[in-house]
Write a protein of this length. Structure first.
Length: 135
């Protein structure tokens, strides 16, 4: 069996569905598809990857990056997103440092931000180096 991630759905927990819907639609500009049968808001394009915002009552969220959006120009994306009210995280750790919100590695540049529900999100730009995976 082979799974196709092309049609995969990422599900993020949200405490306040209306607040999260506004953030993802208005601040991030993601196209809203509609509402799932369980009341979750769905974003994406027909036949492509989707993001589903699932209301939760426990408020438990991941402590790592939940989703990362690939961009062609991270500096431009960060500027544009800041203009839309997105606040980026800065880090000064031994293995993770940001400069103007951006961390640069051998293979990519990354910048992290939080949504209104405390999910950690990321924008990243590939620097052309391919990541090798071993199974």
């Amino acid at each position: 069996m082979t799974l196709a991630l092309m049609k995969a759905t990422t599900i993020l927990p949200v405490d306040d569905a209306a607040r999260a819907r506004t953030f993802y639609a208005d601040q991030l500009g993601l196209p809203r598809i509609g509402t799932a049968s369980d009341g979750s808001d769905c974003f994406g394009t027909e036949g492509g990857p989707m993001l589903q915002l699932m209301p939760v009552s426990d408020g438990v969220h991941s402590e790592h990056t939940a989703i990362s959006f690939e961009v062609d120009d991270i500096e431009g994306a960060v500027r544009d997103m800041e203009a839309h009210g997105i606040r980026f995280q800065d880090y000064d750790l031994p293995d993770l440092k940001t400069d103007h919100h951006i961390c640069t590695t051998d293979s990519e540049k990354c910048a992290w931000f939080m949504d209104t529900e405390n999910n950690i999100l990321c924008v990243h730009e590939s620097l052309g180096a391919r990541v090798e995976y071993t199974l």
